[in-house]
Ligand binder design. Structure first.
Ligand SMILES: *Cc1c(COP(=O)(O)O)cnc(C)c1O
Length: 363
């Protein structure tokens, strides 16, 4: 067996210890005589798994008591619709910051469902291919908005909100798909946090929603049952069959995060890894990071040579050397190294050594 260094933006690398544990338990979980995949979600064995997963997430993220944790399906993309259907029922207005493709989709879906005239774009960085986080002036914010939406880490463009907008009493809603568990966050500053699991939490198919209790139970009339947060909250994420195996893997990932020292340790590791890569890019004569300064993501690092043929040659050579999924998103071009929690520091060091060698050979 030979495992590569996988820089995929998602589905992405998982901790090797987690995969080994899952492999060891694949045929029989505990002394249950069955795989977690085969278990009834109504069984007491499975209830213990989902309860433990929630308890671990609450402890790792320090989630306050007045927030519900929901384990859903449909990806972060379904949340783009669920959020307006559930939350835009007070004043019927919401604010958006357009910092990339995902942030824009959250805006477009809300516009489609609740009316474009009710959705305000506070700022956008589209003018420069979303390569920065735009400055926000709170005087522009809608005072009585039902929520204010941001995409905390922009997976495709490699930017992140280093500081949160101060939205006062307006609930801040954040797509944290590609940065959840990467560093501590103060959950109490948010009305709702959501994330698809396949970046930092586990396999695709599980979506985690962390929502303040007072925001639940206000869904627009006619909202499909499966799209109503209240149904899932009232039924402990068991209204229908939850993504059982994904929740089990998330439990293992959370145990791993805890063993590593929790989110403070994750942050230190992630800052160290990102610094190794950005420091190299900043002095390289061949490669250049596409994002500058404090907006740089710790999780997704896009870079270019400025020459499409060289980019393609680099991606091909890297793949041969065991560094896979480094091709950038088609809207940015070049390369992108996603260095989520599970990417070891040695993986980033080895990548930089390979880039140095490629640079020397292609000067
Ligand atoms: C990957 C990603 C999405 C899309 O997630 P799905 O689970 O595929 O719907 C949305 N937002 C962000 C920030 C992402 O990184």
């Amino acid at each position: 067996m030979s495992r590569v260094y996988n820089f995929s933006a998602g589905p992405a690398v998982l901790p090797e210890d987690v995969l080994k544990k899952a492999a060891a338990e694949l045929l029989e979980y505990g002394d249950s005589g069955q795989s977690v995949m085969e278990m009834s979600h109504r069984s007491k064995e499975y209830q213990a798994i989902i309860d433990e997963c929630e308890a671990l997430l609450r402890s790792v993220m320090n989630i306050p008591e007045n927030y519900k944790v929901l384990f859903l399906q449909g990806g972060a993309s379904s949340q783009f619709a669920m959020i307006p259907l559930n939350l835009m029922t007070g004043s019927g207005k919401a604010d958006f910051v357009l910092t990339g493709q995902w942030a824009s989709k959250a805006y477009q879906e809300a516009s489609k469902l609740m009316g474009a005239e009710n959705c305000k774009v506070i700022a956008s960085s589209k003018d420069k291919t979303f390569s920065y986080i735009p400055a926000l002036d709170s005087a522009d914010f809608t005072k009585d908005a039902d929520y204010f939406h941001i995409c905390m880490n922009n997976t495709i463009y490699g930017t992140r909100f280093a500081e949160l907008p101060d939205t006062g009493n307006v609930p801040l809603v954040a797509d944290m798909s590609s940065c959840i568990l990467s560093e501590p966050v103060d959950v109490s500053k948010f009305g709702m946090i959501y994330a698809g699991a396949q970046k930092n939490m586990g396999p695709a198919g599980l979506t985690v929603v962390i929502i303040r209790e007072d925001l639940i139970g206000k869904a627009k009339e006619g909202t499909p049952t499966m799209f109503d947060y209240k149904i899932h909250a009232d039924n402990g994420s068991m209204y229908n069959t939850p993504p059982t195996y994904g929740i089990y893997i998330l439990k293992l990932v959370l145990e791993w995060v805890k063993e590593q020292g929790g989110l403070t340790a994750m942050k230190a590791r992630n800052e160290k890894k990102a610094a190794i890569l950005y420091d190299f890019l900043d002095q390289s004569k061949l490669f250049k990071a596409t994002v500058e300064g404090k907006d740089r993501s710790l999780m997704n690092v896009p870079f270019v040579t400025g020459d499409e043929e060289k980019d393609a040659a680099f991606v091909a050579a890297a793949k041969k050397a065991g560094f896979i999924n480094l091709k950038g998103h088609r809207s940015v071009g070049g390369m992108r190294a996603s260095i989520y929690n599970a990417m070891p520091c040695e993986g980033v060091e080895a990548l930089v050594a390979f880039m140095k060698q490629f640079e020397a050979e292609n000067a």
